[in-house]
Design a protein. Sequence first.
Length: 229
Amino acid sequence: MGYVRWLGHSAFEIRVDDYTILVDPWLSNPQSPVSVSEYKGKVDLVIVTHDHLDHLGDAVQILRLNPNAKFAAVYELANFVAEQLGDTSGRIVGANIGGPLRIPGIDLKVMFFPATHSSNRGAPTSVVIAGKEATLFHAGDTGLFAEMQFIGELYRPDIAMLPIGSHFTMDVVQAAKAVELLKPRVAIPMHYNTFPVIEADPQEFARLVAEKGLDTKVVILKPGEVYEF
Ligand SMILES: [Zn+2]
């Protein structure tokens, strides 16, 4: 059995096919219910969508506490993390948009897609993680883009984690349109209410998705809560 646990902002702990994955592990975010040290020796894979500090977060420290964990990101960001760590071993996997990636010891399909956003090191990305138990899509920070429809058609995500906070990303209206394109079974809102500038109402997002008459269930998690699949 797998699960998705929201750790506040865009940080998620995902358990799928017996792997523990952290995506955008800014565990020191103001909503976070966890500390970095809790993850010592527990992580198999860290994925970061782009290098902004609210996403790269505590990745380097987590990798220090998990010497066997792999790290996947766009090439230039992976190089930066390898430098920070002083680690040029095969566990730091620099890749790019496309995929699936070849990550040593990880039998999951991980694929980077675009995100319409900015970043300092390499292109910003969204990511599909496809295991036997479930296929998950984490949108990173992004505006709405039409190729979300291809992600929906090709991979039929069970769970889509979508930013709704506006200003830097989609708002609730655009994220509801993203749900229409992706057609996930479950949509989980993220990247909202961390700061006043990204205030948003997740119930409004749920209402807009319901209005479209889609088969998608919106699951609103509180930081620390788990959705099991
Ligand atoms: Zn962000």
